[in-house]
Design a protein around this ligand. Structure first.
Ligand SMILES: Cc1cc2nc3c(=O)[nH]c(=O)nc-3n(C[C@H](O)[C@H](O)[C@H](O)COP(=O)(O)OP(=O)(O)OC[C@H]3O[C@@H](n4cnc5c(N)ncnc54)[C@H](O)[C@@H]3O)c2cc1C
Length: 341
């Protein structure tokens, strides 16, 4: 195991922000993870797991041992006529794994195609897109506990999954490294195409003839046409969560703003479109201090040449202040912010 000191991180985050990690190493085996854990204990440096850096904002240097999670491998745990259970190591690329699962005839994850990042980061914010969340397919999450150095397994029901949320953003925040996840996938496709963009895409097609691979291809095409590619335009996807409010609060807002999109949730709450509110406040396409709100997507903030995360967070704060004064809604930042401001 080679530990790098003062490692520059610009190439390890999709916003291409410049900051340094006090210490940095890649983890490709359980033994390396144990050795890194012991080293962090000796040095009294906290551990910070890193996947592909697609959901972080570096606002300054990170006083931690950053572990670039590169554990690889997929194992079949169980199989019957209807389902398979797989163990997937944390460092696998999420999209490549989804593609592979469909090639094997395992269905369920197709709506989550093209989400950047690693398998290990996926449970952290319960990745979701096009009407599906990973929580629906997760059985277990395997972790290394950072206070003890002991491996532990959490059942899915212990993970407190919610909209872009989980126990890994709450009680277990900074307390575990996810090493692998167990998923249950279907052998028989039951495509989920009720999300508006997919309804539009498959308009006129008989639902029974749509295959899981068709949904995968559709999601890839829709995402490529809508979202900026971080390799070309540095970004971290949606910068704000869509606010979730009570039906009465949503009603009151819609009285004032009849065009505000409101999505009823299965638990009775209502999700509001943060993008619509940001656009209403006039932020879409605005650029300041080397950072900008994307011209086509008000929820995506882009790094247009800034070195530090400070300008980006200042922009986010200004947007949130405008939305708060216009709608009385507190926007929450979706990516995790690291480094002192
Ligand atoms: C263009 C774009 C589109 C996106 N679209 C979506 C979308 O549709 N839906 C969605 O949900 N998200 C989306 N995202 C956000 C992002 O893809 C996900 O959050 C993804 O899971 C992050 O993976 P990562 O490996 O890059 O994590 P990182 O950014 O490296 O890490 C994110 C957080 O997870 C922690 N973490 C990472 N790995 C581990 C581990 N092994 N154990 C413990 N903690 C860990 C990190 O410490 C950090 O706090 C998008 C991002 C981009 C750039």
């Amino acid at each position: 195991m080679h530990i790098h000191r003062n490692e520059p991180l610009a190439l390890f985050n999709t916003l291409r922000l410049n900051a340094k990690a006090a210490a940095f190493t890649a983890i490709t085996s359980a033994q390396q993870l144990q050795a890194a854990w012991r080293w962090s204990q000796e040095q009294a440096l906290p551990i910070l797991p890193l996947g592909e850096g697609s959901n972080i904002v570096l606002a300054g240097d990170v006083e931690a041992l950053m572990l670039k999670m590169e554990l690889q491998g997929v194992h079949l745990l169980k199989s019957n006529d209807h389902q398979v259970e797989l163990r997937v190591q944390a460092g696998e690329n999420w999209h490549a794994f989804v593609d592979w699962s469909l090639q094997q005839g395992y269905c369920g994850l197709e709506n989550l195609a093209l989400i950047p990042g690693t398998v290990g980061a996926a449970p952290v914010q319960n990745i979701g897109a096009y009407g599906v969340e990973i929580a629906e397919y997760l059985r277990r999450v395997h972790v290394l506990e950072l206070h003890s150095g002991v491996a532990r397994t959490l059942q899915a029901h212990e993970c407190a999954f919610g909209y872009r949320d989980s126990i890994f953003k709450a009680e277990l925040r900074d307390r575990v490294v996810i090493t692998a996840i167990d998923l249950v996938l279907n052998r028989h496709a039951c495509p989920r195409v009720e999300y508006p963009a997919l309804v539009e895409y498959f308009a006129g097609q008989e639902a029974g003839r749509i295959r899981a691979r068709d949904v995968f291809d559709a999601v890839v095409r829709i995402r490529q046409s809508k979202l900026p590619d971080p390799a070309v335009t540095p970004n971290a996807g949606s910068f704000f969560k869509n606010p979730v409010v009570s039906p009465s609060a949503a009603d009151a807002l819609q009285q004032q703003h009849p065009a505000l999109p409101v999505y009823a949730q299965p638990d009775g709450s209502c999700k509001l479109s943060a993008a619509w509110m940001i656009e209403f406040c006039g932020w879409k396409g605005r650029q300041t201090d080397g950072v900008a709100v994307h011209k086509d997507h008000a929820l995506v903030l882009v790094n247009a040449g800034s070195d530090s995360g400070k300008a980006l967070l200042d922009l986010a704060q200004a947007i949130a202040a405008d939305v708060a004064s216009q709608f009385d809604i507190a926007l929450q930042i979706e990516p995790r912010v690291y480094g002192a401001r």
